[in-house]
Design a protein around this ligand. Structure first.
Ligand code: NDP
Ligand code: PYC
Length: 339
């Protein structure tokens, strides 16, 4: 028997997450939107954005930063743009409310944009691009965070860990999806190393003096590094601009300044773009879909794996067998629920 871990069903993960969030004061709408996303991440073995994030959600609430109950306000600046002001609550309810409008506008225009503003953000982006792909649409999503990441060639943080996610609809249950930080890894991954006393690989971060470090705490106190050197740095700049000033929202530096050392989740915007292959595909949607499948098969066909394959396998396993959560994390979460 494994005493370091606790076995839970997916339903138990959701029930515990909902309980922690509700007992700490989140409204039913926000608690269920947050619990659903945290449960999906735990189910898919995305540890850096799974149940461990309940700790940050509660910390951000207790620090008085995030609204536990504000309802999103939806506006329609043009036929192809839907803008949702999250009113300083978490982003997930705003996404949920904005999604049907984004889908409907994309179907009418071929392309549409969902801009979420004024939201606290802690979550992975793949649940959102996957939800858009379920409607037969391609999707791109991006968001800044707090300024933790140095530009290539520099030593001082400017960028957030700035994730970029993409989904392409496919026949069968799963779309093609990737979703990654433009830093070497998500901050959450370094935090998980720190919490469990594991060193981080060289190349993830530098310390406060700008020296390479394998110490997770020193790396968090210094600066994280972008993936792919100047290429990741440029992508990260694009995300700052498109999901920040373009949509009238904050950069990661502004989010960090607002936080003023409280250690809360970042506050900023998120940009989602949806594209309709039926409208853009010059009337050849079935042939286009076949060409896409041939390209994806050529990746798999030589033994390379597609992004999200690991995650989809983990999902199928969790649905079949349930999942394991570290006992120390589980105990900490129970204490957040006051039990
Ligand atoms: P990874 O470096 O693990 O990259 C994740 C992506 O790369 C996944 O799509 C993953 O698929 C794929 N991948 C990993 N290894 C391979 C491989 N060998 N071959 C093909 N594809 C591969 O994760 P990150 O630390 O960069 O990001 C983790 C999460 O953190 C993301 O979901 C992101 O949204 C989230 N995040 C959120 C932020 C926010 O501000 N809200 C900020 C930063 C990150 P698979 O999952 O199947 O392994
Ligand atoms: O893991 O880098 C991260 C992160 C930032 C905000 C949410 N997740």
């Amino acid at each position: 028997m494994n005493t370091d871990k606790i076995h839970l069903s997916i339903e138990q993960v959701y029930a515990l997450s909902l309980d922690v969030l509700s007992r700490n004061g989140f409204s039913p709408e926000h608690a269920s939107a947050i619990a659903r996303t945290i449960t999906a991440a735990q189910r898919d073995d995305c540890q850096s954005h799974g149940m461990y994030r309940l700790i940050g959600c509660v910390r951000t609430l207790q620090s008085g930063l995030v609204s536990p109950s504000a309802l999103p306000v939806i506006t329609h600046p043009t036929a192809a743009v839907v803008q949702v002001d999250a009113q300083r609550a978490y982003s997930l309810l705003a996404f949920q409310e904005g999604l049907p409008h984004l889908v409907e506008k994309t179907r009418r225009n071929g392309v549409a944009v969902l801009a979420i503003n004024n939201c606290f953000h802690f979550s992975a982006l793949w649940p959102e691009v996957e939800a858009i792909a379920q409607h037969g649409l391609a999707a791109v999503a991006m968001t800044p965070s707090h300024s933790w990441v140095a530009p290539a060639g520099g030593t001082r943080p400017v960028f957030g860990t700035n994730p970029l996610a993409f989904a392409w609809p496919r026949p069968g249950p799963y779309p093609y999806v990737f979703d990654f930080a433009t830093s070497m890894v998500a901050r959450g991954e370094i935090e998980l190393h720190r919490r469990t006393g594991r060193p981080i690989p060289q190349g993830w971060a530098i310390d406060a003096e700008g020296r390479p470090t394998t110490d997770a705490a020193a790396g968090m106190a210094g600066a994280m590094l972008t993936f792919g050197s100047y290429k990741g740095s440029a992508l990260s700049t694009m995300i700052e601009l498109l999901a920040g000033p373009l949509i009238g929202d904050w950069t990661s530096m502004q989010s960090q300044a607002f936080d003023a050392g409280k250690g809360g989740a970042p506050l900023h915007g998120e940009l989602l773009i949806a594209l309709d292959p039926d409208i853009l595909g010059r009337g050849m949607a079935p042939a286009n879909a076949q060409a896409a499948e041939a390209m994806l098969d050529a990746i798999n066909g030589q033994g390379a794996r597609l992004p999200s394959e690991r995650r989809f396998k983990a999902r199928a396993k969790s649905e079949e067998e349930g999942l394991w959560v570290g006992r120390a994390l589980h105990d900490e979460i129970l204490s957040l629920a006051g039990t």
